[in-house]
Design a protein around this ligand. Structure first.
Ligand code: OGA
Ligand code: NI
Length: 280
């Protein structure tokens, strides 16, 4: 297994160090609470907006379980969702509310730069494409034999753009030039993933990267993830000005239909892209 630092994590991003540290602390505190407390948000129902579960959204039907516990909930707009978030730890809602707000601003700033870089018109990444945001915590307990399973198998994030915070435990790997590379956890730095939607909108000019998380046998790892998503009913398609051949690479779709297909084909990036590619 290779372990090399991958350049290109985001630093000097304007999200305060204490906001980042508080959020990581409260996320770890959540998983350290007694099971009776965590059971309040635990659910096997994939339709529940705020829930804690083990492995994937669909534990009952998956062939291989992932070595992780996962807490997720919507976080934008804050006042619409905050009341369904975990009530404990006591400062969870305050701390995570501030974090998700700051990371949203950062994500939109990065999308604005990407928009400019692609030469798209002002306001292209408006509410339709960014109006939904999910906050998630991945908790990877120590695994007695890390050779037997993965914390999270390889995938591309289905959304537009993801901002990921690692703690000081190595786990994230990205597939680059035919090999898996470890992404070194750097203090207060964010890993940014280009999701499927950005690849499609840019008509293939931006490429999303496959990544996964490995486990270790010594200590638990925690990562915090903010996903910027299109609204469920939004139509996503390649930007007209980026179609230089006259024919777009991908067909238009409703985001919620893409998401359904993604969940059914989890991990199979090729099958997914094939389904949405326009065949010449
Ligand atoms: C994800 C993800 C990696 C990690 O949640 O989509 O890629 O290190 N997480 O937890
Ligand atoms: Ni991911």
């Amino acid at each position: 297994m290779f372990f090399r630092p991958v350049k290109g994590q985001v630093i000097n991003h304007g999200v305060c160090g204490h906001v980042i540290e508080d959020t990581m602390e409260v996320a770890k505190d959540f998983f350290e609470m007694p099971n009776e407390e965590k059971a309040k948000v635990y659910s096997m129902d994939p339709n529940k907006s705020c829930r804690l579960y083990t492995s994937s959204y669909n534990y009952a039907n998956e062939e291989i379980h992932f070595w992780r516990d996962h807490l997720r909930h919507p976080c934008h707009p804050l006042d619409k969702w905050v009341h369904i978030w975990p009530e404990n730890p006591a400062r969870y809602r305050d701390v995570v509310g501030k974090y998700t707000n700051d990371v949203r601003k950062l994500s939109l700033r990065m999308l604005e730069m990407i928009r400019e870089g692609l030469g798209l018109e002002r306001g292209y990444f408006g509410e339709e494409l960014t109006g939904d945001q999910l906050f998630a915590v991945n908790h990877y307990p120590p695994c007695p034999d890390p050779n037997l399973t993965l914390g999270l198998p390889k995938h591309v994030d289905p959304n537009v753009i993801t901002v990921l915070l690692q703690e000081n435990v190595y786990g994230l790997q990205v597939f680059k030039n035919g090999q898996w590379l470890g992404v070194k956890p750097l203090p207060h730095a964010f890993v940014v993933n280009i999701g499927h939607q950005l690849q499609i909108i840019s008509n293939g000019k931006l490429r999303s990267a496959e990544h996964r998380a490995v486990t270790n046998s010594r200590e638990a790892g925690t990562s915090i993830v903010s996903f910027i998503n299109p609204c469920h009913d939004s139509i996503v398609e390649p930007a007209k000005s980026l179609i230089d051949t006259g024919v777009p690479l991908y067909r238009p779709f409703k985001y919620k239909d893409f998401l359904k297909f993604y969940e059914e084909n989890k991990g199979d990036t090729e099958a997914l892209m094939e389904a949405y590619k326009i065949k010449p």
